[in-house]
Design a binder for this molecule. Structure first.
Ligand SMILES: *Cc1c(COP(=O)(O)O)cnc(C)c1O
Length: 396
């Protein structure tokens, strides 16, 4: 471990691997000792275009020379440009910009509660899910399921009802005759919860139920959105449209950005003074979003994510799927989980030693979320590095 790989003055909020990364190129990064890694994590589904992308970096450099930040006292044309790009692709109408995923979800929860209160529902309730992760602010950690995230901070926000994923009967029973429900909020693929997808039929049933009851369907696409699954947004595999969708991680290819995309009644709930953000929608972040979408389309990265994702998943199935102790290889596009029969957090460090960046989510699921520019040769390399690691780990 070098001096660069310690942080005595930074709060100890993360269990860090003792390496410090210095630069990147494409799907590779190098640490301060010059060691090379293949990046199969992309900063947790953030670096959509990998590192030092030849089209993104010059565009951001040009933006730096024009404006980094202004204020929402004034119009920001790039906000309108990015909002138009997002709403066209989502089939929705309006966007609020912020800087992170939790902020987008916090705003979505505010929309749902105000939507209810405006209708005369004094104590609005939102349906959320077992294993859900929506962030670490008070509202979003209250919507989150994991006790490690929720516990130790005193009273949480009330007004959440929790049900199990993919169980429509349970949802009906939990909400039966309850006049206070205003929304259902879920991740179309639960990311931190272990890469568990909501089934297509379930999403369609919930959409229909929300329509029948006048509830908002809020989809947290912070991790699964922005082309990662091979569609712009993961819910598009089910052919539905939410009322509110939240985005962040991959939207700016590494520049902090979040967005609430809405339509119908949800699009106009928040009025002047109800919500805002100093950094939200600043020109640098907006340019990163606009260029990310432009480059993804120019370079066909959504179709590519489907193809190389299928290839990576099938190779993982072939080379890891049959190992005793590997329970399942699952995922869509380039959001792939390999579930083991035991906690495997140690693999994050072991993989880094072997030159591979990945993460483990929900204790037992290896998460791969590489940049969408991953080549099939790099996919082969991921499998070649991962298989012996998992084999040795499971045999120990
Ligand atoms: C990462 C994540 C969040 C929180 O995003 P931050 O930018 O860390 O606040 C919320 N929801 C989902 C599904 C996520 O994956």
């Amino acid at each position: 471990m070098t001096v660069a790989a310690t942080s005595p003055h930074v709060m100890p909020t993360y269990g860090r691997i003792p390496i410090a990364l210095e630069r990147g190129q494409g799907c590779r990064v190098w640490d301060t000792d010059g060691k090379e890694y293949l990046d199969a994590l992309a900063g947790i589904a953030v670096n959509t275009l990998g590192h030092n992308h030849p089209k993104l970096v010059p565009a951001l450099q040009e933006q730096l020379t024009k404006l980094i930040h202004t204020s929402n006292y004034y119009h920001v044309p790039l906000q309108e440009q990015l909002a138009a790009l997002l709403t066209e692709r989502a089939g929705m109408t309006n966007v609020f910009f912020c800087s992170t995923g939790l902020e987008a979800n916090e705003g979505a929860i505010k929309i749902a509660r105000k939507y209810g209160i405006d209708k005369g529902i004094a104590q609005p309730q939102i349906v959320v899910y077992d294993h859900a992760f929506h962030g670490r602010s008070f509202a979003t950690m209250s919507a989150t399921a994991n006790p490690k995230v929720r516990n130790g901070f005193g009273a949480l926000l009330d007004g959440f009802i929790r049900v199990s994923p993919n169980d429509y009967t349970a949802l009906e029973e939990a909400t039966e005759g309850n006049p206070n429900i205003v929304a259902v909020m879920m991740e179309p693929i639960q990311g931190e919860g272990g890469l568990h997808p909501m089934r297509k039929e379930y999403l369609q049933q919930v959409r229909a139920l929300c329509d029948a009851k006048g509830w908002l369907l809020i989809l947290d696409e912070v991790q699964a959105g922005m082309g990662r699954t091979g569609k712009w947004f993961a819910h598009q595999w089910a052919g539905i449209t939410p009322d509110v969708m939240t985005l962040a991680k991959g939207l700016g290819s590494g520049v902090p950005i979040g967005a609430i995309v809405a339509h119908h009644a949800a699009a106009t709930v928040l009025q002047a003074g109800n919500h805002g953000s100093t950094f939200g929608g600043n020109p640098l972040a907006m340019r990163a979003g606009v260029e990310t979408i432009r480059i993804m389309e120019e370079d066909g990265l959504i179709a590519h994510a489907t193809e190389v994702g299928q290839y990576l998943k099938s190779q993982l199935q072939t080379h890891l799927g049959s190992l005793p102790g590997v329970l399942e290889v699952r995922g869509q596009g380039l959001l792939i989980g390999v579930e083991l029969n035991q906690p495997c957090g140690a693999l994050i460090g072991l993989a880094a030693e072997a030159g591979l960046l990945l993460s483990v989510t929900s204790d037992t699921v290896i998460r791969l979320a590489p940049p969408l520019i991953l080549t099939t040769a790099e996919a082969d390399e991921i499998v070649a590095r991962l298989r012996p690691l998992v084999e040795t780990f499971l045999a120990a």
